[in-house]
Each structure stands twice: as structure tokens, then as C-alpha cells.
Design a protein around this ligand. Sequence first.
Ligand code: COA
Length: 148
Amino acid sequence: MTKIQLKEINEKNWEKCISLRVGKDQEQFVASNIYSLVQSRYETSYIPLAAYDEEEMVGFVMYGKDPDDGVYWIVRLMVGEKFQGKGYGKQILLKTMEQIKMLPDCGSFIITSYVPENTIAEKLYEKVGFIKTGEIIDEENIMKFYIV
Ligand SMILES: CC(C)(COP(=O)(O)OP(=O)(O)OC[C@H]1O[C@@H](n2cnc3c(N)ncnc32)[C@H](O)[C@@H]1OP(=O)(O)O)[C@@H](O)C(=O)NCCC(=O)NCCS
């Protein structure tokens, strides 16, 4: 597997992005990419990014500073159904965290959340250093990654 690259969504790749889907049984865990792209159009602090392995778009991630709490959140993460289980999810997550850490206003932690039944996401976030805070917002468990 080559190194994942995160690229902006533009006029050339947005249709590919919305065609990228998770498995039917995973749809309860993450909003569709079309929803996320529309959200980023109107909630402009969110940055949607496509994840590529060479020329192939394999996943999608969206992060941004929550205007209410001033903290960077990773609000979406998905890998296309047929690309899952190859290590892409972990790479996308680590790359996104690196990108946030480089920002001058990144603060001292990053937040993410997951649907409680989503044990794969929970384990993945724990593996890269996120810790459960015990808070539940919008029925999702909150996790924090402390930037040292
Ligand atoms: C969660 C998700 C992004 C993981 O992406 P992925 O590319 O399949 O994950 P990776 O291959 O990087 O694997 C990450 C870890 O999860 C584990 N894992 C991945 N798929 C798994 C599965 N079906 N069953 C058990 N463990 C699994 C891997 O073993 C791996 O652990 P390791 O590093 O010890 O090997 C992907 O499953 C997905 O898009 N799910 C639907 C959307 C979603 O739930 N998003 C998260 C919202 S909070």
C-alpha cells in the first residue's frame, strides 16, 4: 500500500466523492458524503478532504473548528466499502491529525465522536491515541486526543 494523500474536493472529483459509499449496515454510523459536502458549503469552518491511494479515491474525511467551542473536531471519516480493512482508515486518521496539529490555532486537543455500536471506529480511534471522555453528545460517545 502506498502512502495516502489528502486532497481538496473540487470540480473534478466531487462526483467521485459522493459515489463513495460505506456498506449498507454501516450507513447508521456516518453521514453520506453528499450530506457532508453540502454541510461544508454552509458550515464553512468544516474542511472536506478526499483520501487517495495513488489515483484512486478510497476515503473521505472532514474536520474543522467548531465555532461554538473553538476546538478542532474530526466530524467524518469513511473508507469506501471495497477499500476497507487495508489500513486506509488508520492512515487517513493519522494524516488528518497531523494536519490539525500543524495549525497555529490547533489548541491542546482534538475531538471526535462515534455511534456507541461502532466498535471498529472506537478501537481505531483508541489505537491512534484518542481517549473516551464519558460525554455523550447527540447520542454519540465523545473522544479526545491530547496534543503534547
Ligand atoms: C471505520 C473505518 C473508517 C475503518 O477504515 P478501514 O480502512 O477499514 O480501517 P483500517 O483497515 O485502517 O483498520 C483499522 C483497524 O480497525 C480494524 N478493523 C478494520 N475493519 C475491521 C472489521 N471489519 N472487523 C474488525 N476489525 C476491523 C483493523 O483490524 C485495524 O486494526 P489494526 O491496525 O490493529 O490492524 C471504516 O470501517 C468505515 O468507513 N466504516 C464506516 C464509517 C464509519 O464507521 N466511520 C467512522 C465514524 S465515527
